[in-house]
Design a protein around this ligand. Structure first.
Ligand SMILES: NC(=O)C1=CN([C@@H]2O[C@H](COP(=O)(O)OP(=O)(O)OC[C@H]3O[C@@H](n4cnc5c(N)ncnc54)[C@H](OP(=O)(O)O)[C@@H]3O)[C@@H](O)[C@H]2O)C=CC1
Ligand SMILES: O=C(CO)COP(=O)(O)O
Length: 338
C-alpha cells in the first residue's frame, strides 16, 4: 500500500463518482474513470465534462476515462467503487481479477445489500478477498452537484486501518473538500445507508404539503432509530452526532438536490413507484431498496425502526403515504429515549 497515492481509478461515472474524481483531480491526483457507456467515457476524455450527470461542470484535464475496466485499472494505487449498492457485488466480481495487488479499495456507496444484509465494505472485502478493516468508506454530507461546483464541504473517511484512511485523506483534501478520518466503519456506513431512507420520508412529508416541524421530527427520530441499530451492531454512538450521522441526515433530508428526498416527494404527491423512478432519470435513490434491507437487518436484531418500516411499506407494499404517517403517530406512547 502506498502512503502517497498518486494514481487513482474511479469505477463508475455517475454523479458522485464524477464529483469525487474531480475532488481527486483538484487535489493533484491522476485519475482514470471507468464509465459503463462509451459515450460518457468519451465526454469525460475529450470534452472534460460529464454532461449526462453533471451538466455545466468542467472537469480537470488530468482526469481521463475509458469504458474498458482493464485499461482503467492498470497501475491504480487506489480504486474508488462508485456504482449503486445493489449492483456492487456483481460489478466487483467481474473486476476482481483486474485489481492491482496492494491497491487501496475505497467505497462511495451508501446502502445495505438486499438478501445478505451486508454493509458495502463487507461486500467489497468478501469479493476482493481482503479483511473488511482494509476498505476505506467515504461518507458524510456530500451532495455531488454542490461538491462538483466547488462549494466547501467536509467528509468522513472511515477505515479500521488508520493509515489507509490517511492515505486517501492526503489524496483527496483540497481547497473545498475537507476529509476527516474515523475508525468507526460500522457507524459511518450505517449512517450513510439509513439517512437515505429518512430522506425518502422527509421528501414524502414535503410532497404531502407538511412543513418544517414534521421534517425536523423525522430527521430527529430518524437519527434515534439509526443510532439504535448502530448501538446493536457495536457502533460508537458519537459517530451519529458527526458528519456521517447528523451531517448527512440534515443535508440529504432538507436538500432539493437529494435524489432520495425528491423520490419521496413524488410518492407524497401521489406518484407510483414507477412514476417516481422515471422522474429520477435513471439515477439511483438508494433508500428505495435499502428501506427493505435495513428493515430486515433491524428485525433480525430486534431493533425498532418505525420510520424505516413505514418507508418499506409505502415503497413495496402499496401503503398510502398518509396512512403510513397516521400509523407512525398512532403508535403507543413512550419515553423519548426508550
Ligand atoms: N450523488 C450523490 O450526491 C452521492 C451519492 N452517493 C452514493 O454513491 C453511490 C453512487 O451514486 P451516484 O454516482 O450518485 O449514482 P448515479 O445514479 O449518479 O450513477 C451510477 C453510476 O453507476 C453506473 N451503474 C448503474 N447501474 C449499474 C450496474 N448495474 N452496473 C454497472 N454500473 C452501473 C451508472 O452507469 P450508467 O450511466 O451507464 O447508468 C453510473 O455511472 C450510491 O451508493 C450513492 O448513494 C454518496 C454520496 C453522494
Ligand atoms: O448521499 C448523498 C449526500 O450525502 C446524496 O444523496 P442522494 O443520493 O439522495 O442524492
Amino acid at each position: 500500500m502506498r502512503a502517497d497515492v498518486q494514481r487513482v481509478t474511479v469505477l463508475g461515472a455517475g454523479s458522485w463518482g464524477t464529483a469525487f474524481a474531480k475532488v481527486l483531480g483538484d487535489a493533484g491526483r491522476d485519475v482514470t474513470m471507468w464509465a459503463r457507456r462509451e459515450q460518457v467515457a468519451a465526454d469525460i476524455r475529450e470534452r472534460h465534462a460529464n454532461s449526462a450527470y453533471l451538466p455545466g461542470v468542467g472537469l480537470p484535464e488530468r482526469i481521463t476515462a475509458t469504458a474498458d475496466p482493464a485499461e482503467a485499472l492498470d497501475g491504480a494505487e487506489a480504486v474508488v467503487l462508485a456504482v449503486p449498492s445493489q449492483s456492487l457485488r456483481a460489478n466487483l466480481s467481474e473486476w476482481r481479477p483486474l485489481l492491482p495487488a496492494d491497491t487501496i479499495l475505497v467505497s462511495l456507496a451508501k446502502g445495505v445489500e438486499l438478501g445478505t444484509l451486508k454493509r458495502m465494505s463487507e461486500v467489497i472485502a468478501e469479493i476482493a478477498g481482503i479483511p473488511a478493516g482494509e476498505v476505506v468508506v467515504v461518507t458524510g454530507p456530500n451532495l455531488a452537484k454542490e461538491i462538483a461546483a466547488g462549494q466547501p464541504s467536509a467528509s468522513v473517511l472511515a477505515c479500521a486501518d488508520h493509515e489507509r484512511a490517511v492515505a486517501i485523506q492526503r489524496a483527496s483534501a483540497n481547497s473545498y473538500f475537507r476529509p476527516y478520518t474515523n475508525t468507526d466503519v460500522v457507524g459511518c456506513e450505517l449512517g450513510g445507508a439509513c439517512k437515505n431512507v429518512i430522506a425518502l420520508s422527509t421528501g414524502m412529508a414535503a410532497g404531502l404539503g407538511l412543513g418544517t416541524n414534521t421534517m425536523a421530527t423525522l430527521i430527529t427520530r430518524g437519527l434515534a432509530e439509526m443510532a439504535r441499530l448502530g448501538a446493536k451492531l457495536g457502533a460508537d454512538p458519537l459517530t451519529f452526532a458527526g458528519l456521517a450521522g447528523v451531517g448527512d441526515l440534515v443535508a440529504t433530508c432538507s436538500s432539493p438536490l437529494s435524489r432520495n428526498r425528491t423520490f419521496g416527494e413524488h410518492l407524497g404527491r401521489g406518484d407510483t413507484l414507477e412514476q417516481a423512478q422515471a422522474a429520477a432519470g435513471g439515477q439511483v435513490a438508494e433508500g428505495v431498496m435499502s428501506c427493505s434491507s435495513i428493515r430486515a437487518l433491524a428485525q433480525s436484531l430486534g431493533v425498532d425502526m418505525p420510520i424505516t418500516d413505514a418507508m418499506h411499506r409505502v415503497c413495496h407494499e402499496g401503503v398510502d403515504p398518509r396512512q403510513a404517517g397516521a400509523e407512525l403517530l398512532g403508535r403507543s406512547q413512550k419515553h423519548e429515549w426508550s
